[in-house]
Design a binder for this molecule. Structure first.
Ligand SMILES: C[S@@+](CC[C@H](N)C(=O)[O-])C[C@H]1O[C@@H](n2cnc3c(N)ncnc32)[C@H](O)[C@@H]1O
Length: 520
């Protein structure tokens, strides 16, 4: 992004009554597009930006000449906003052009958001009724030429598309490697992880459903745009869809009267608005807890995300902690795991810096349950939704499953129904040790999964990398890219997957340490 585009936006904002503190400045952040930096030291509570209500972009700003009021009833707010920014007339978009000039290009989303990667983007096309080129993927996957043959013992199709493989480890035991596509993403996103437990659809599938429904609703209302038929139009729409997805704020119009407060929509996703300049801030999770700071001085210096507050006059952004000069000023987009950030925003926070990070343990745990255990858990509301947190701690639901396996169903039911402490209710001298072993066995499986997926991801040869981590041109209009460039993108996508598996592995190791340290 050029400095000129940013400066022009700033001038534009100031000329239109948007207040921007003179000591903040947008600039490029390596790997994160633009971000906003301080040029002086800020104290907590200082006002950084005020955007008057009239500059908040909601569907009310979309001209009826573009989308009639009756047509809007059948189109989600997100889909309407995207349609306008993709296909609004030159005249209607003119007043926003300096703002739009600071937005990322389609390529940025295509590279980073898994819905645009081969398998998933093909699903989008198929669901839109578009014929997709059927690559030789299944056949090539089956040959397994890219993998060391000594370890492959059998293949089987999964869902008619991907392949599961059985491998033999050097110690003679075997494992299943989920060939394509599920292995690459984290368990928090993938369908196989979920379908095997009959959970709600996986997050990535839900996102694909949403995007497809939005495209279809706009295509129906505005057939002349030929969004589903024309590659370029589709790419244009998907670009705007991602822009809206990653840049919107939660917004409920304020009511002039205190008595009749504006009602939030039933679906919070409908409370969306875009806001110039405020969309330039990057995300940080919650800061480390003050207890971990070593001295009073460091406690006070911990940077917290800024606060964005909406009142009847507009949005105001204020600092919530001191921020030194030349530091990036950050928002918190919400208590998102790295999987959610990856899926929705296309990035992973590095290492274990995301205090909100976690992974689901459902699949690992469900494998160790007998049907009667599953029924007991279901009856008492404890089936599924098992979590391993960033710090290696597990959720209460996970603990309760372990206690079920230790106490037996009858005793466990009594504990739950009478609200007892399961540890106190356990009279067996080996109870706590069995409890720890049960949890450790789940972690061991998680460790194996991370090790094996990492190993195989690293082994994929270049031409298959392109198939697995490539881009389907009809969705993303991958124009004129050389094969070197395409391969470089595929490698970066693989690196992202490897980074996620390293984080998963780290969480599992922390979990193991934590449970081993517990008293028996
Ligand atoms: C609201 S925009 C923020 C401004 C954006 N960086 C830009 O260039 O316009 C959200 C997008 O910024 C990027 N982003 C935000 N926080 C990030 C972070 N901590 N690390 C990497 N990328 C981040 C992601 O691409 C995300 O989709």
């Amino acid at each position: 992004m050029t400095d000129q585009a940013v400066n022009t936006l700033r001038e534009d904002c100031s000329a239109n009554g948007i207040t921007i503190h003179p000591a903040i400045q947008p600039r490029n952040v390596p790997g994160a597009g633009l971000g906003v930096y301080t040029t002086k030291k800020f104290k907590p509570g200082e006002k950084l930006i005020h955007v008057p209500t009239k500059h908040i972009f909601t569907t009310a700003k979309i001209p009826e000449s573009f989308l009639s009021i009756p047509a809007r009833k059948h189109i989600a707010v997100h889909a309407q906003l995207a349609a306008f920014f993709a296909f609004g007339s030159k005249e209607d978009l003119h007043q926003y052009e300096h703002w739009m000039a600071t937005w990322p290009g389609l390529d940025d989303f295509v590279e980073s958001m898994p819905i645009f990667w081969g398998f998933w983007s093909e699903q989008i096309l198929e669901k839109l009724g578009r014929p997709t080129p059927k690559p030789q993927k299944e056949m090539r996957g089956l040959t397994g030429d890219h993998l060391p043959k000594r370890r492959r013992i059998s293949d089987e199709f999964e869902h008619g598309r991907g392949t599961n493989r059985r491998y033999i480890r050097t110690d003679g035991t075997d494992f299943t490697f989920y060939m394509w596509p599920p292995f690459c993403l984290s368990p928090g996103l993938c369908s196989w992880w979920h379908t095997s437990c009959n959970l709600e659809s996986a997050k990535i599938d839900a996102m694909i459903e949403k995007v497809v429904a939005h495209v279809k609703s706009v295509a129906e209302a505005l057939p002349e745009l030929r969004i589903t038929e024309d590659d370029e139009q589709l790419a244009k729409y998907l670009h705007a869809w991602c822009l809206v997805n990653t840049r919107c704020f939660y917004y409920i119009p304020s009511s002039p009267s205190q008595k009749h407060k504006a009602k939030p929509p039933t679906d919070p996703n409908e409370a969306m608005a875009l806001c110039p300049f405020m969309d330039l801030f990057n995300h940080m999770p919650s800061p480390p807890s003050p207890e971990t700071a070593t001295s009073a001085a460091t406690k006070d210096d911990i940077q917290r995300p800024c606060k964005a507050r909406y009142t009847s006059t507009g949005f105001t952004v204020t600092t919530d902690s001191p921020i030194p000069p030349t530091k990036e000023i950050l928002f918190c987009y919400g208590a998102h795991t790295n999987d959610a950030l990856w899926l929705e925003y296309g990035f992973l926070l590095p290492d274990s810096t995301n205090t909100f990070d976690s992974i689901p343990l459902d699949n690992l745990i469900r494998q160790s349950l007998k049907p009667a255990d599953t029924s007991t858990l279901e009856e008492h509301g404890y089936l599924n939704d098992y979590t391993l947190h960033n710090d290696g701690s597990i959720c209460y639901r996970t603990e309760m499953v372990a206690w079920l396996l230790v106490l037996g169903r009858a005793k466990w039911k009594k504990v739950v129904e009478q609200g007892l402490d399961p540890e106190e209710a356990c009279t067996s001298p080996t109870g706590k040790s069995k409890y720890k072993k049960t949890i450790l066995s789940w972690f061991e499986k998680g460790r194996g999964l991370a090790t094996e997926n990492t190993m195989v991801l690293n082994e994929i040869v270049d031409d298959l990398l392109l198939e697995y981590f490539g881009t389907v041109s009809a969705v993303a209009a991958v124009q004129n890219k050389s094969s070197e460039e395409k391969l470089a993108v595929a490698k970066r996508r693989r690196a992202r997957c490897l980074m996620r598996w390293a984080q998963i592995s780290d969480m599992v190791e922390k979990g193991i340490k934590k449970i081993e340290a517990e008293d028996e």
